[in-house]
Design a protein around this ligand. Structure first.
Ligand code: ATP
Ligand code: MG
Ligand code: MG
Ligand code: MG
Length: 469
């Protein structure tokens, strides 16, 4: 059975043989795009090559790219613990053509790799294409011998990719694996597509057009390819499971968490261990790439993930800080492929430990307050926004942590009420400031917050959050 590390090498070796330059993963903090919170796909480091702004001495590349999807357009934070196939941190395997090969070769390479190199059972595979992309459908028939019913035509943006409002864009084709009817879920494009039975493993994007401001498109002179395959999903199916968390790498992290807490990895604490294993990876890799916990921006997203993991550790009964104890297990698994992890190990451990020690001081009391609030409410009532705000403001509970806690009980938070309480506090702070003689600059922060909304992923109010830690 191939390990996750084997699967990565097979991919890179295969594409090197097909004339691709093997390029290192870029950091999780994108160097070339200040508008993007974290690197969330393999193509991010190549954006300027696709737009033609930059040229390199290779026209084909392959990478294993570190990705985080925990904020912004792609946010899988809420999926963790609930689906078998989503992580906040994952590795995306990708091959890229910069004005070199196009649809024909991209599909042929993908098919050869998954059916010959990985040996995936071709009868379990099916694909989607953009509904008007007859060309891709024809290539699939030719290359894979698929009948029409295994080439699903999708009319939505799920199968049409755009870099932004203008610039390169085009149809995509996605490869799905059917894990069998013992799992819930239906084929892509149908009503039950969100299940874990039909799992998307690989997305091939055909950068075919350029989109202009007036909405018109023309064929690109240099058509390009951008693909992304989730390594954990491939590991799952090659290891005979539909569950990413049952694969060698994730399982070893779950076992580390079970051992450190003296709990059963598959018992009542099952979900907690999964969340902890996932969040251990995203937080450690973010710290290794220079992000530190903070009250706004990227650092706040990191803090939110950390605190969320810490609540799950607490629920497992961990009385001492847990997360930092698990870092060696992660370094053992991933340190060879990502040496930055080993280099930053001491920093990661110290940061996690310090953060967990501090948060523990208010976590207990916050959870008690949460329980008390719920006791006074009817069974299915949402938690009032004021209570959620108090948890945030006094106990350092990011809103999504409270939501995560309530979701286990099938309950929601009144987010409008939360926003209103936040706005009210800001108004008060602003009023208090009015007479201080401060320059108008002091209010800029609030204006930004208002434009974006207080619960926007860019972070909460620096001032109000500062006091808690
Ligand atoms: P999904 O529909 O399953 O959320 P996606 O369409 O959002 O996936 P893409 O943006 O197409 O994903 O990314 C390319 C590949 O990366 C996917 O085909 C999948 O294998 C993998 N992938 C995407 N998101 C995650 C995630 N959160 N965790 C693990 N793998 C992921
Ligand atoms: Mg997604
Ligand atoms: Mg998808
Ligand atoms: Mg996709």
């Amino acid at each position: 059975m191939p390990t996750l590390n084997d699967i990565r090498s097979t991919f890179l070796t295969y594409f090197a043989k097909q004339g691709h330059e093997v390029v290192d993963s870029s950091p999780l903090v994108p160097r070339n795009d200040p508008t993007l919170m974290f690197t969330n796909a393999g193509m991010v480091q190549f954006k300027n090559l696709f737009t033609g702004v930059e040229h390199r001495d290779y026209k084909r590349a392959a990478t294993a790219q570190k990705c985080v999807r925990a904020g912004g357009k792609h946010n899988d934070l809420d999926n963790v613990g609930y689906t078998a196939r989503h992580h906040t941190f994952f590795e995306m395997l990708g091959n890229f053509s910069f004005g070199d090969y196009f649809k024909d070769d991209a599909i042929r390479f993908a098919w050869e790799l998954i059916t010959k190199e990985y040996g995936i059972n071709r009868d379990k595979l099916l694909v989607t294409v953009y509904h008007t992309d007859d060309e891709a459908a024809e290539i699939w028939k030719k290359v894979a011998g698929f009948s029409d019913d295994r080439i699903i035509r999708i009319p939505t943006n799920d199968n049409f990719w755009m870099m932004g409002a203008t610039g390169p864009c085009g149809p995509c084709t996605e490869i799905f694996y059917d894990h069998g009817e013992q799992h819930w879920g239906g084929p892509p494009g149908g009503p039950d597509e969100d299940g874990d039975r039909f799992v998307e493993i690989w997305n091939l994007v055909f950068m075919q057009y350029e989109q202009f401001e007036d909405g018109s498109r023309r064929e690109l002179a240099a058509q390009s390819i951008d693909t992304g395959m989730g390594i954990e999903r491939v590991a799952a199916l090659l290891q005979g499971t539909n569950d990413n968390y049952a694969t060698d790498l994730m399982r070893s992290l779950i076992m580390a968490s079970a051992e450190a807490t003296g709990t059963d990895p598959d018992g009542d604490g099952r979900v907690h261990h999964r969340v902890i294993a996932d969040h251990l990876r995203s937080t450690s890799f973010l710290i290794a790439d220079g992000v530190m916990p903070a009250n706004d921006g990227r650092g706040y997203v990191l803090r939110r993930i950390m605190r969320r993991a810490m609540r799950h550790a607490h629920l497992l009964g961990a009385r001492d800080p847990l997360m930092h104890q698990l870092v060696p297990a992660l370094v053992r698994q991933m340190g060879a492929a990502y040496p930055e992890l080993g280099r930053a190990q001491a920093l990661i451990q110290e940061t996690l430990q310090l953060e967990e020690t501090r948060f523990k001081q208010t976590l207990d009391r916050g959870l008690k307050l949460l329980d008390e609030e719920l006791e006074g409410l009817p069974e299915d009532a949402a938690l009032p926004g004021g209570a959620a705000f108090k948890l945030y403001d006094t106990y350092g509970f990011p809103l999504d942590l409270t939501q995560d806690a309530l979701r286990e009980k099938g309950r929601l938070v009144d987010t409008d009420g939360f926003d209103a309480a936040m706005a009210e506090q800001k108004a008060k702070a602003r009023a208090a400031w009015a007479g201080s003689g401060e320059a108008a600059d002091a209010t800029i922060w609030y204006d930004i917050a208002e434009q974006h909304g207080v619960t926007d992923f860019l972070g909460y109010d620096t001032e109000t959050a500062e006091g808690q830690i």
